[in-house]
Design a protein around this ligand. Structure first.
Ligand code: EPU
Length: 320
């Protein structure tokens, strides 16, 4: 839910350093000449839907895929770790992230291609792409109504709802690979599983989706009804990272958490939503540590009372 959160997910570094040189001068050096916005010591809570997260040494929003490629090359040369932060399905720990954190919010192009194919940059919001599809009377993304993440995040975590998921529409992706080069891959090079996509090493910068012609009215109606359902059943007015746990096969994590009496449980400003028990919400100044303690408490209660070990959908990154 990448980006997130759906992931964007967080795609672990294309650069995996043996040693991490990150003196202040290295950090300045790594972003030298990069087109885009560069923020040093940036509090990542400003870039996550949970509004939680410590600082990044440097947070970079490259202007385009070429600028990102250059950043990848420079990070590799200096052996500085590089993370892509989608921001919606992620919990950044209170100590933040060392090295370079990349946000793709400036990659925002949507292009109409032939025969129901749309290309969207990874930083395009899923709501924006859905709106675009509706305006072209294209069906296939209705399941994404209400998903707040970006296209890249949704791809990386194979975002989905009970109406469908990303894997059903992806035709191909565009990547910046570990050498900074731009590469296109067909969907057959990807491996989709429940809420996870294995992609060739690199950073996803764009996605092609294959949609079908439909009736604009009908598509709009499905989306409207689905948004209404989500508004009624999910805590959309408070900061959160979407669903915390994956649904165990044939069961709903939310229902299990409710049944073990954890709905509304609170540690500090982190709370199990009173509306949907598989969401945790930030009631103000929640710390990542509080969310982690709550996750542990909820997981233990479900294990004890139901004999089920819940798996996290939420990605947890950063230092304590
Ligand atoms: N339920 C409860 N108590 C709760 C929450 C749910 O009893 O606190 C029950 C509901 O009454 C319903 C069942 O559980 O009978 C399923 O609930 P819901 O329709 O809300 O679906 P879900 O399985 O909990 C999934 C996705 C959501 C997505 C919704 C709607 C997962 C882990 N969650 O939730 O995705 O929005 O369907 O399509 O797959 C996300 O991935 O971040 C996310 C929010």
């Amino acid at each position: 839910m990448i980006e997130g959160g759906c992931v964007v997910g967080v795609k672990k570094g294309v650069v995996q350093p043996k040693r991490s040189g990150r003196s202040p001068s290295d950090i300045r050096q790594v972003v030298k000449g990069i087109r885009g916005e560069v923020l040093f010591n940036a509090p990542l809570r400003h870039y996550t839907s949970f509004r939680i997260g410590g600082p990044a040494d440097v947070y970079v929003m490259p202007e385009d895929a070429e600028a990102l490629g250059q950043l990848v090359v420079q990070a590799r040369a200096l052996r500085i770790p590089l993370f892509v932060l989608g921001g919606t399905n992620v919990l950044v720990r209170d100590g933040g992230l060392r090295g370079v954190v990349v946000g793709l919010s400036k990659l925002r192009v949507i292009r109409d291609e032939d025969q129901g194919v749309l290309y969207a940059d990874a930083g395009v919001g899923m709501p924006t792409l859905l709106k675009h599809a509706i305006s072209r009377s294209l069906s296939g993304l209705e399941w994404a109504a209400g998903i707040p993440g970006t296209v890249g995040g949704c791809l990386v975590m194979n975002a989905g709802t009970n109406l469908g998921e990303m894997s059903s529409v992806v035709k191909g992706i565009r990547l910046v690979d570990s050498k900074g080069a731009i590469r296109d891959c067909p969907a057959s090079a990807l491996h989709f599983t429940y809420r996870r996509t294995q992609v060739p090493s690199g950073i996803v910068v764009g996605v092609w989706v294959q949609l079908k012609p439909g009736s604009r009215e009908q598509i709009g109606m499905v989306v409207k009804n689905y948004l209404k359902y989500r508004k009624e059943t999910q805590p959309l007015s408070l900061p959160s990272a979407g669903c915390v746990f994956k649904n165990p096969e044939t069961q709903s994590a939310g229902q299990l958490i409710q049944e073990v009496g954890m709905k509304g449980a609170r540690i500090g400003d982190a709370q199990v939503s009173e509306i949907h028990a598989n969401f945790m919400v930030n009631r103000g100044e929640a710390k990542a540590d509080e969310v982690l303690a709550l996750i542990k408490k909820v997981g233990k209660a479900v294990e004890r009372q139901k004999g089920i070990t819940l798996q996290l959908e939420l990605k947890i990154v950063g230092n304590r």
